[in-house]
Write a protein that binds this ligand. Structure first.
Ligand SMILES: Nc1ncnc2c1ncn2[C@@H]1O[C@H](COP(=O)(O)OP(=O)(O)O)[C@@H](O)[C@H]1O
Ligand SMILES: CC(=O)OP(=O)(O)O
Ligand SMILES: [Mg+2]
Length: 376
């Protein structure tokens, strides 16, 4: 099956054609402003033929499996726009365009949140009033699920162990970043929450902060909810700390020139990431390995080494392996294994799309068989 995959991230748009599991064409629009123009139509028109389209949709609420999209499902998914304001409008606008592509092929939506649907109650529940949780569905959802599903399988291959036997701390470090405890292919805990704003500091997002801060700014300094939402999503994280747009390459270049804000930005970023890795290691039990994936993790060997230093979870980075290529161990033989894998959300999008369209969804590998909570 030839699947056109559509992956709108917070900083980029990635389009691929995956034919029988192999990527045969690729277009990566880095520094994407989120406005959908004719990129999808043009990419589709350039392919010899396409059998189906698979779209990454960041927030699927309680949906445990991917689904064939139509106008009704898209209307339902608009309910999650306020819960993922950077991503959901982009995904839905591209899904809408996909439904209108010439040939009217089936369009499948694959949800970042689905990987986390079976989170244990103690990890999914916020300590908030029952009425908020019951009435408004306030819970930890978790994101980056397509990346995590692929990274889990790829890391298992590198480690030579079946997914079901592995206890992993998986770090997705891109423009968005999260850390997840993956036990036997299932999410046991994760740093992102009700929205993809929670957790570690990101390119432009703040991650977890004292909830008293936005309340104070609104009550005492006249900020509106929209002002605060915008600043926490767009002007915080590495961007807010360093005065750059939040691209880690720019922050590293400034730090190399001795810029104190850039130094503080990276110190804060790494400190919060180390703290979260340690926290997720507790949720995992005894981790068999730490897995790194995503644009920042893949392209920044020095930052990888700096992240682990000498002490974090007993990982010691091996200089030669760290400089290598491909999915691989990057740690010394005698230490806790650290595995680097390329983020291949397009492969997961294509795999899930094929499963849905050939009627196999839910009978696939362990990592998508959560099923404790039913579709809404
Ligand atoms: N050499 C590099 N090439 C591309 N991206 C890089 C490189 N080094 C670091 N990055 C970082 O990767 C981030 C993009 O990661 P990616 O996972 O593609 O993001 P997203 O999917 O969230 O849009 C950029 O913000 C950039 O900081
Ligand atoms: C959920 C999320 O933050 O995704 P991305 O890293 O692609 O922006
Ligand atoms: Mg991404």
């Amino acid at each position: 099956m030839r699947v056109l995959t559509v992956n709108p991230g917070s900083s980029s748009l990635k389009l691929s054609l995956v034919d029988g599991g192999v990527v045969t064409a690729d277009e990566h629009i880095a520094e994407w402003d989120g406005v959908t123009r004719r990129e999808l139509e043009e990419f589709a028109a350039a392919q010899p033929s396409v059998d189906a389209v698979s779209v990454r949709i960041v927030h699927g609420a309680n949906r445990a499996a991917p689904t064939v999209l139509d106008e009704g499902v898209l209307a339902d998914l608009r309910g999650q726009v306020p819960l993922a304001p950077l991503h959901q409008p982009r995904s839905l606008s591209l899904a809408r365009q996909a439904l209108d592509l010439p040939g009217r092929m089936p369009v499948v939506g694959c949800f970042d949140t689905a990987f986390h649907v079976g989170l244990p109650d103690q990890a999914a529940t916020y300590p908030l009033p029952r009425s908020w949780r019951d009435r408004y569905g306030i819970r930890r959802y978790g994101f980056h699920g397509l990346s995590l599903a692929h990274a889990t399988r790829a890391a298992a291959e590198v480690l030579g162990e079946p997914v079901r036997r592995l206890r992993l701390v998986c770090c997705h470090l891109g423009a968005g970043a999260s850390v997840t405890a993956v036990v036997g292919g299932r999410s046991a805990d994760t740093s992102m929450g009700f929205t993809p704003l929670d957790g570690v500091a990101m390119a432009t997002r703040c991650g977890s902060i004292d909830p008293g801060i936005p309340l104070y700014l609104q009550r005492e300094h006249g900020f509106t909810a929209s002002d605060v939402e915008h600043a926490l999503n767009h002007d915080s994280g590495l961007a807010g700390l360093s005065g750059t747009g939040g691209d880690v390459r720019d922050v590293l270049a400034l730090r190399a020139k001795g810029d104190p804000d850039a130094r503080l930005a990276l110190d804060v970023y790494l400190h919060l990431l180390r703290r979260e890795i340690a926290a997720q290691a507790v949720s995992v039990g005894k981790p068999d390995a730490v897995v790194l994936t995503g644009g920042v993790a893949e392209h920044q060997p020095e930052l990888r080494a700096e992240l682990f230093g000498d002490t974090l979870l007993g990982v010691r980075i091996d200089a030669a392996r760290n400089r290598g290529t491909g999915d691989r161990l990057i740690s010394e033989e005698s230490s806790t294994p650290a595995v680097l894998v390329a983020c291949r959300e397009e492969k997961e999008l294509a795999r899930l799309c094929e499963e849905v369209l050939t009627g196999l969804a839910g009978a696939g590998p362990l990592v998508f068989r959560h099923g404790r909570k039913a579709d809404p």
